[in-house]
Design a protein around this ligand. Sequence first.
Ligand code: EPZ
Length: 452
Amino acid sequence: MLLGAYAKLHYNPNQLAMDKFVIRGGNPLLGTVRVSGAKNAALPAMAAALLTEEQVILENIPQVRDIETERKLLAAMGAEVELGFGRAHHRTTISCGSIRNPEVGYDLVKTMRASSLVLGPLVARFGRARVSLPGGCAIGARPIDLHIKGLERLGARITQEHGYIEARADRLKGEEIVFDKITVTGTEDLLMAATLAEGETLMLNCAREPEVQDLAELLIKMGAKIEGAGTATIRIQGVTRLHGAKHKIIPDRIEAATFIIAGAITGGDLNVTACEPQHLDALFQKLQEVGVKIVPGPDSVRVMGDNPLQAADVNTEEYPGFPTDMQAQYMALATQAEGASIITENIFENRFMHALEMVRMGANIKIEGRRAVVRGRTALSGAAVLASDLRASASLVLAALVADDETIIDRVYHIDRGYEHIEEKLKGVGAQIRRIGEIFPKKKAMAKAAGR
Ligand code: EPZ
């Protein structure tokens, strides 16, 4: 009953920004769920279109809010961006022949930090860029100092004022760049910039994520000369121009992993299709340690959660280690495992907000700095909880799927940033989940006055 009355309230379907999920736990997930294209591969690929005046066509684009933000950002600069999500295709076509102002304002950057990915391409092709510094972020400071240092190494002159970065360069010059820290979008930003720099660029201590490799494959199709993407050392021979290309974005390994944990936590039997199992080795090894049955196929994974779960520690690391983007989801699973799991978050300094919400659902979690100690197994009970960021929201959905009674998750616009139609996908395999919108305050008063 907890929220039945609430869910009956009339709501404005357009009020997506304040949407909530109501989830009734207890159903094992059974059947097949299809994974969408990777948001974190699509975003750099869309930025790469700035490197040429010719048309770039990207397939398997996920229909998520961050992609719409990227479309707005490119269009605001003067790019022609078509975004189509039909039954047969999820495609964007981008032409950056007529970029009038290579600038990105704070209004867009504050909603999506990955906007900084346009910095490298803009300086490389247009010789100038003005991009708002990203503000704070729920999961940590997330500066972009390494992007800036790398561009300066390539000869860009960078000033910062009024919350903006101004970067200028007649033509970038190839150099050796050693990243002080492994950074995914830092590697991607500099990789794109180096493709049009004069001479050779050698980048060391690079991120090895599949999304970096996928970007390099697109750039090579566009005529770039790149060796070593996917390893810690990437060598780029600069060229004078790049041409258009067509490219299919890789599947979203984090979405796949989230559904795999959904199958495990609900004691279900789930087929997760259209994914790349070889991107998930660290997760598979950990889940098998916990007692989850995993059967990988060529482009799908079957997960069976019918075994009792045993606690296992996790350390988040850069790829190919256990992904930080799976830490919150793993924590939900750990609440259902027998024993104490120590989860150490080594990448971001504030990525445990989901833990306090799970405690409100009955989980036994103690936070000590970068470590969370989860003691299970605890029965979770439905509650009203708050999503704070993209992966935290996903972890609360997972916890709600196994909690008794109903859970309402507020601010699910976070989850819409990176999961395509997640409630439809979950409903399709037996979850009891529905999206409800927040009625406007004045309408709430009217509803109350009308005795509804
Ligand atoms: C990418 O963010 C992903 N986003 C993140 O996914 C992911 O969590 C992260 O990589 C780590 O895997 C996209 O790809 C769009 P980093 P990114 O630069 O590139 C520090 C999601 O849920 N750092 O690899 O911004 C930084 O503070 C999102 O989809 C600097 O100090 O992350 C962090 O501690 C969340 N200076 C560490 O490095 C810099 O200039 C790794 O960050 C850059 C990063």
